[in-house]
Design a protein around this ligand. Structure first.
Ligand code: ATP
Ligand code: MG
Length: 234
C-alpha cells in the first residue's frame, strides 16, 4: 500500500543518542465507519527519520499523508504499530505525558495554520512558551522568526487581518519557537506563491542542515525533490 524510496535519512539504530527522532514501526491506520468495514488508510508502514534528514510524504489527496503526520506527532494513536521519539516509545503513554513531551520534541504546522483569533501574530507565536512562563525570554526569538519568515510587519495583526500565506508563516514561527528536534509541516507551501514556497523550502533545508529532523506532507514537486527521502502513498 505504501512505498518508501531510498535513501532513508540514516540507517536504523546508528545513533548513540537513543534512536531516530521519529521511528514508526509497522504502522496501520484505520478509521471506523458506522455500519461499514473500517476504512484502511495505511498498513505496515515504517519510517526512521533522524536529525539532519528531510522526509516528504507524498501522494494524492486522501492517501493518508495527514493521518501519518498526526500519528507520528502522537496526536492520535495508530490502530496498530508503534511510534518512537529518540528511543522513547510513546505508544501507550498517557495523553498528558505525550502532550508534554510533544511540546518540546515536535513543532507541528497543521494544514490550515490554525491561529487563535483573539491573539496577535506575535502572541500566537509565543503560545508554546506559556506553560513554562518563558514568553519574555522568547519574545526576541519570536520576532526574529517572524522576520526570517518575512512577516515581521504583521506582528501586531490579528489572524483575520492576515492572508492565508501569512497565517501559515506565523504558524510556522510558532512551531519553531521552542527549537524542537522535529519539525512537521502539513502542505506547508500550499497557500504560498512560488517564490515564497521556494523560500520556505530553503528554510526547511536549512532546518535539516542545522540538525532538525523535518517531516513534511506535500504534493509540491519542488518540495518532494528537495527532500532527502520520500514516501509515495497510494
Ligand atoms: N478522523 C477521521 N475519521 C474518519 N476518516 C478520516 C479521518 N481522518 C481522515 N479520514 C479519511 O482518511 C483518508 C486519508 O485522510 P488524510 O487526511 O490522511 O489524507 P491526505 O493525504 O492528507 O489528503 P489531503 O492531500 O487532501 O490533505 C481520507 O479518505 C479521509 O477522508
Ligand atoms: Mg492532508
Amino acid at each position: 500500500m505504501t512505498q518508501t524510496t531510498a535513501p532513508v535519512a540514516a540507517p536504523h539504530g546508528a545513533s548513540a543518542a537513543g534512536g531516530p527522532a521519529i521511528e514508526l514501526r509497522d504502522i496501520t491506520i484505520q478509521y471506523e465507519r458506522p455500519g461499514q468495514e473500517p476504512l484502511a488508510i495505511v498498513a505496515g508502514y515504517d519510517l526512521d527519520l533522524r536529525r539532519g534528514g528531510l522526509h516528504c510524504l507524498a501522494g494524492r489527496s486522501g492517501s493518508g499523508k495527514t493521518s501519518i503526520l498526526r500519528v507520528a506527532a502522537g496526536l492520535v494513536p495508530p490502530t496498530a504499530g508503534t511510534v518512537g521519539w529518540e528511543g522513547l516509545e510513546i505508544t501507550g503513554l498517557a495523553d498528558d505525558v505525550i502532550t508534554a513531551k510533544r511540546r518540546k520534541h515536535i513543532g507541528y504546522l497543521d494544514q490550515r495554520g490554525n491561529l487563535l483569533p483573539g491573539l496577535t501574530a506575535l502572541e500566537n507565536v509565543l503560545l508554546p512558551a506559556l506553560p513554562d512562563r518563558q514568553t519574555r525570554q522568547l519574545a526576541r526569538r519570536a520576532r526574529d522568526l517572524l522576520e526570517q519568515l518575512g512577516v515581521a510587519g504583521r506582528s501586531g495583526h490579528y489572524p483575520d487581518r492576515l492572508s492565508g500565506g501569512e497565517r501559515q508563516r506565523v504558524a510556522f514561527a510558532r512551531a519553531l519557537l521552542l527549537n524542537p528536534a522535529v519539525v512537521m509541516a502539513d502542505e506547508p507551501t500550499a497557500s504560498l506563491d512560488r517564490a515564497s514556497a521556494d523560500a520556505l523550502i530553503r528554510m526547511l533545508r536549512t532546518l535539516a542542515a542545522n540538525g532538525h529532523a523535518v517531516l513534511v506532507a506535500s504534493h509540491d514537486a519542488h518540495l518532494i525533490d528537495a527532500a532527502d527521502s520520500r514516501t509515495t502513498l497510494a
